[in-house]
Design a protein around this ligand. Structure first.
Ligand SMILES: [Zn+2]
Length: 409
């Protein structure tokens, strides 16, 4: 087991306080820190010490996949660490986006290769041939848009604006309040010429202001549209937000985002785990490339409430966030709640990453080594270590490889 040194991604939407505070660095930081990456992604791999030499985790795994990943995971995931763990701190909204299924990613990647679009091109959708299911677990109240809302409810949200310019579009959904109606409305709006969209947006946002003034049950939804419209003027994402579930996760609550789910993180700090892929189709709220036909092709238009995961307690103390993703499993241990001095054994046939998010914890291996993790620090437990014991007064998140299962199309 080794202490990890992790890289920070500065993006404009990040926070100058949350990740810096977690790492014990001075605040505010010079740049907004958006993501802390824990894993072996070649774009920003973590480092560990091997025989005293700082080594990239992806290099270490490539040298001896079975030592680090275990025979089963090495075989199943072709000698790569299948997941990437992050701390994500959003001060501003991230882009509206969805991720492809494995089959869509393979087809899309091969097609873009055949068209000769370079991997580094900003117009390239598919950076690899993998899917990217994601799980976000809130460390602070976390605001998000996730999946299409129940169509009947969306009709009420849009009608509540009392904007005549919307009537025609609304009829697409009220006449067919199901996933086909959602697809029809979405596809129509996203392909509107920009001049019409700009007019429609200004009518909708003015309607939102008036509706909030007279009192409305949809104040949260309308305020979200207004703040998105202010930040991204003329971007249709403000209007799209009114078709999506508007969720607030409390600390410890999580959301699973399967292939095709349209989502946007609005604000908050969380621990995120995902399959090790860069494939994202953007839908708005971004100055970056938006490929509308491809987005519409991969979107899941099924509509309704999205389940907020509160976790399932196993062995008395470990809270698991269960998902169908075979690449990862995330769990949380609040050791402060355990008996003082109690040691918890964490065993796995594959690799484990332990991240301390509160207080301080100690991790011991039966070879006699002990690692003390304070808030913001993390440990790489290679598969050959098999199990470690943890104790202390703090909270850790534990990432492991998911169980073998059918890869979802
Ligand atoms: Zn995403």
């Amino acid at each position: 087991m080794e202490l990890m040194r992790n890289r920070i991604r500065p993006y404009a939407w990040g926070s100058r306080t949350a990740i810096a505070e977690l790492l014990g660095e001075p605040v505010p930081s010079a740049h907004p820190y958006a993501e802390l990456w824990l894993g072996a992604h070649p774009g920003d791999p973590s480092q560990i010490d091997i025989d005293g030499a700082p080594t990239r985790l992806d290099t270490a795994i490539a040298r001896d996949p079975e030592l680090h990943l275990g025979a089963e995971a090495a075989h199943r995931f072709h000698d790569r660490l299948p997941f990437l763990l992050k701390v994500l701190a959003a001060e501003q909204p991230l882009s509206l986006q969805a991720h492809p299924s494995i089959i869509q990613a393979e087809q899309g990647y091969d097609q873009e290769d055949a068209q000769g679009i370079p991997l580094a091109s900003p117009d390239r959708n598919y950076k690899d041939r993998f899917h990217k299911p994601e799980l976000i677990c809130a460390l602070t109240p976390f605001e998000a848009l996730c999946g299409f809302r129940d169509p009947a409810a969306t009709v009420k949200v849009l009608a509540g604006l009392q904007v005549p310019e919307l009537d025609h579009f609304l009829s697409l959904l009220s006449g067919q309040p199901d996933s086909d109606g959602v697809r029809a409305l979405f596809s129509t709006l996203v392909t509107l010429p920009q001049t019409r969209m700009t007019q429609l947006l200004s009518a909708v946002l003015a309607g939102a202001v008036t509706a909030i003034g007279r009192g409305t049950p949809f104040e949260a939804e309308y305020r979200t549209a207004l703040s998105l419209g202010e930040r991204y003027p003329e971007d249709w994402g403000a209007l799209a937000s009114l078709m999506l579930n508007r969720l607030t996760l409390q600390p410890g609550e999580a959301l699973y985002l399967p292939a095709g789910n349209l989502h946007a993180y609005l604000s908050g700090v969380g621990v995120e785990i995902m399959a090790n892929s860069d494939n994202v189709l953007r839908g708005g709220l971004t100055p970056k490339h938006v490929d509308v036909p491809e987005l519409v092709r991969i979107l899941d238009f099924s509509a309704g409430d999205r389940e907020v995961l509160t976790g399932e307690v196993r062995d008395g103390i470990e809270v698991y966030y269960q998902t169908p993703a075979p690449e990862f499993e995330l769990s949380r241990l609040d050791l402060a709640g355990a008996d003082v001095g109690a040691m918890i054994t964490l065993a796995s046939l594959g690799p484990q990453i332990l991240l301390c998010t509160e207080g301080a914890v100690s991790v011991a291996h039966n070879d006699g080594s002990v690692l003390d993790l304070r808030r913001g620090q993390s440990a790489w437990i290679k598969a050959r270590d098999r199990s470690v014991s943890v104790w202390g007064n703090g909270t850790i998140y534990r990432a492991t490889v998911g169980r073998p299962g059918e890869l979802t199309a």
